[in-house]
Design a protein around this ligand. Structure first.
Ligand SMILES: NC(=O)c1ccc[n+]([C@@H]2O[C@H](COP(=O)([O-])OP(=O)(O)OC[C@H]3O[C@@H](n4cnc5c(N)ncnc54)[C@H](O)[C@@H]3O)[C@@H](O)[C@H]2O)c1
Ligand SMILES: [Zn+2]
Ligand SMILES: [Zn+2]
Length: 354
């Protein structure tokens, strides 16, 4: 076993620093993973890559980047109870204390322990490296039907979207509107399709992204972002508006569109993070009996449920990956994701690098 490895760090000036680091040893209850796929999230770009903006749980502490890892177990530390060498696993990307109320619900994202809550790629070393150490309790088994690149996307994006859609409930009664067609919005479209949505509409600004949504058959219609969006969505939904809407843009105007283009009694989930929004509560929400949910990542149990459904649905999250890079070229991968002219961007090793 090699003693050192290459790893990517984000100094915060829109660059990537490649460094050599020791291959870590798994401690009690931990495993050593060979990282096979590690995907880049909009949050990495927003809070870390351009500048270190994050506060609290989003504060980057100079660790190895990457919070969407998936790989194979190479070694287990003392005290592991379920997983063993050779197992293929997804890393739920926040390691919580395990004993607070939120952790006990499986929502380690919301762990209240200031000492023990550490997210991979933010406060503890993440997946942009040849190897990484993860706690066994943070692992989700990756079924043989799914690739490591499929799994990496479950670690954050698909898991997050699945949670939001399940909170609102999406089924064949619903037209779904998605504002923001980045990888998270594309995931919302892919999952809404499998949940049975009868029409899927998307809004974005970037032509490359709008094209991906149509080319992959994820959206039935895509609208360029603009002041006429509410009317356009109504026209495409029999004059009513969408029954279910997901905002994956975090843009104030797109958020307002998301709420206004939703039908009476409809439901909206806000997933895109940061920024603000301005609405007029009476006409936009109260008089039309609408519900807005906030949704942050997901729980470990729901991530397991999603993985099981992906297999039954024959849905492969890796289909929205448009670019794969070897680890040494991580800088190109982050720059491309920051440009927005892509679907999902992955840094891969071994069999996932093709
Ligand atoms: N809630 C959570 O748990 C959670 C988890 C993961 C990611 N996120 C957030 O979800 C968002 C999406 O993530 P991503 O990886 O797809 O990021 P992204 O930045 O690639 O995607 C955002 C998309 O919104 C589009 N957009 C911007 N302004 C718009 C407008 N006015 N109208 C329509 N579209 C507009 C952009 O062109 C882009 O395609 C980010 O804000 C990210 O931080 C939230
Ligand atoms: Zn993420
Ligand atoms: Zn906790």
């Amino acid at each position: 076993m090699q003693e050192t490895m290459r790893a990517a760090y984000l100094p915060g000036d829109s660059t990537v620093a490649m460094r050599t680091a020791p291959v870590p040893a798994p401690g009690h209850g931990e495993v050593l993973l060979r990282v096979k796929a590690s995907t880049i999230c909009g949050s990495d770009i927003r809070c870390i890559y351009h500048e270190h903006l994050g506060k609290g749980p989003e504060r980057y502490q100079g660790v190895i980047a990457g919070h969407e890892p998936c790989g194979q177990i190479m070694a287990t530390g003392e005290g592991c109870r379920r997983f063993k060498t050779g197992d293929r696993v997804i890393v739920y990307h926040i390691s919580g204390c395990g004993v607070c109320n939120d952790c006990r619900r499986g929502y380690m994202i919301s762990c209240t322990s200031e000492t023990y809550r550490r997210a991979y790629g933010w406060q503890r070393d993440g997946g942009m490296a040849e190897y990484m150490v993860a706690e066994e309790k943070d692992l989700i088994a990756l079924p043989s039907e799914l690739s490591y690149a499929d799994g990496a996307q479950v670690a954050c994006g698909f898991g997050t979207v699945y949670e939001g859609l399940e909170k609102m409930g999406v089924n064949g009664d619903h037209a779904v509107l998605i504002t923001g067609l980045g990888p998270v919005g594309l995931a919302a479209a892919a999952l809404s399709r499998k949940l049975g949505a009868n029409k899927i509409l998307g809004i974005d600004l970037v032509p490359e992204r709008m094209k991906i949504a149509l080319d992959l058959g994820l959206c039935d219609a895509v609208l360029p972002s603009g002041p006429g969006n509410v009317e356009e969505v109504r026209k495409l939904t029999g004059g009513c508006g969408a029954e279910r809407t997901v905002d994956c843009s975090a843009h104030p105007e797109a958020r307002a569109t998301a709420i206004r283009a939703t039908r009476k009694w409809g439901k909206i989930v806000l997933v895109g993070e940061g920024g603000t929004m301005e609405i007029n509560p009476s006409p936009d929400m109260i008089h039309d009996q609408k519900t807005v949910y906030g949704s942050w990542v997901t729980s470990t149990w729901r991530m397991e449920e999603l993985v099981e459904r992906l297999v039954r649905w024959d849905l492969h999250p890796a289909d929205i990956i448009t670019h794969r890079f070897p680890l040494e070229r991580a800088a190109e991968a982050y720059a491309l994701m920051a440009s927005g002219k892509c679907g999902k961007v992955a840094v891969c090793q071994d069999e996932e690098l093709f």
